[in-house]
Design a protein around this ligand. Structure first.
Ligand code: PPE
Length: 326
């Protein structure tokens, strides 16, 4: 996968791709203490635009807060500008954007207090997350032997780097078994989500998605819930059991990287007709129109990459929690 770009933004400066390196003794690397985002920029009629940028940056800040960082060196507004700036400086029209906040120093006694966060933003051209044919044909998945995090084992609503060990275990196992994606059950045995995407089921014209408590609440999930309602579908959040997947008319997954992809087979059972079904295709079409500026919702959700303000080091760290601890 080509992840190259010319520039990576790091703590207020653009550094060359080759120079964006970290020291071996970076605590974020040793302990997975970091939070990140995955955002996409699409070409629209009026130039490149970042999809739901403020929502992604807000989740980044809230992830940092849930993980326990006290302060951040940049405000949300600054990070929005820095994200636009990263796309503009690299000259991309369509790209995937990866902002990340990691524990850069301190924290060696497993205590975040006194640790210092650093922030970086990279962008690269990441086209087909689940393979070239995935959008039309769908992919084959299995139910993983690994359970998704219990909400009190990790913070499932936060996009914490360390959470992805769980995703790596599941995805690697599934791919080694010959599947393309893993479906993860929550600690009660109900469907949670995939390794990097949320899951929807279609049954008798009704769209069902899993409740938000044990999952990473995707921004794509929220987008599709809105678009589906606007298309006139009945949409509910409901606990989904494994056999409800097998008996569904359609199952699809969604995420920034994956976009909207059908699961055409689960645990060796063909789902519906064995290809992306009509509801999946309708939502896929609406989603692609929306992200490329060609939908009524686009104006509200697409941030054009122009008039980029220079981002300098924020004068004072932004507090994430009120008051001081002892
Ligand atoms: N669940 C998980 C576990 C997850 O990682 C993602 C995004 C989602 C749901 C969907 O969230 P959203 O993108 O806001 O709709 N996964 C990101 C990282 C994927 C990766 O392989 O890295 C992404 O899609 O950018």
């Amino acid at each position: 996968m080509g992840m190259e770009s010319k520039w990576i933004w790091k703590d207020g400066d653009f550094v060359r791709y080759e120079d964006a390196t970290l020291h071996f003794l970076t605590p974020g690397l040793h302990y997975g203490i970091g939070v990140f985002e995955g955002i996409r920029c699409y070409q629209t009629k009026s130039g490149p635009a970042v999809f739901r940028l403020p929502e992604h940056i807000r989740r980044l800040r809230l992830s940092a807060k849930a993980l326990g960082f006290d302060t951040l060196p940049f405000s949300e507004e600054e990070l929005i500008e820095a994200t636009k700036g990263t796309v503009a400086k690299n000259g991309f029209s369509e790209c995937y954007i990866r902002p990340m906040i990691w524990l850069d120093a301190g924290g060696w006694n497993l205590n975040l207090d006194g640790g210092r966060p650093a922030i970086g933003i990279a962008a690269w051209e990441w086209k087909n997350y689940l393979g070239e044919a995935a959008l039309e044909r769908g992919v084959r998945a299995n139910v993983s032997s690994y359970t998704r995090h219990h909400p009190n084992v990790s913070m499932t609503k936060a996009k914490i780097s360390g959470n992805y060990v769980n995703s790596f275990l599941a995805k690697t196992e599934s791919v080694r078994l010959g599947f393309e994606e893993a479906i993860m059950l929550d600690p009660s045995g109900y469907v949670a989500e995939c390794t990097g995407a949320n899951l929807f089921v279609v049954k008798d014209g009704r769209i069902v998605t899993t409740p938000s408590a044990p999952i990473l609440e995707g921004i794509t999930r929220d987008t599709l819930l809105t678009l589906a309602k606007e298309l006139g579908y009945e949409v509910v959040e409901q606990t989904i059991a494994r056999d409800q997947l097998y008996m569904a008319d359609e199952v699809f997954v969604c995420g920034t990287a994956a976009e909207v992809v059908a699961l055409r087979e689960i645990d060796f059972r063909t789902i519906g007709s064995g290809a992306a079904g009509p509801v999946t295709l309708a939502l896929q079409k609406a989603y692609h129109a929306t992200v490329r500026g060609a939908h009524a919702r686009s104006k509200e959700w697409c941030t054009p990459v122009r008039n980029v303000r220079d981002v300098r080091r924020y004068p004072a760290p932004v507090r994430l929690v009120r008051g001081r601890r002892r």
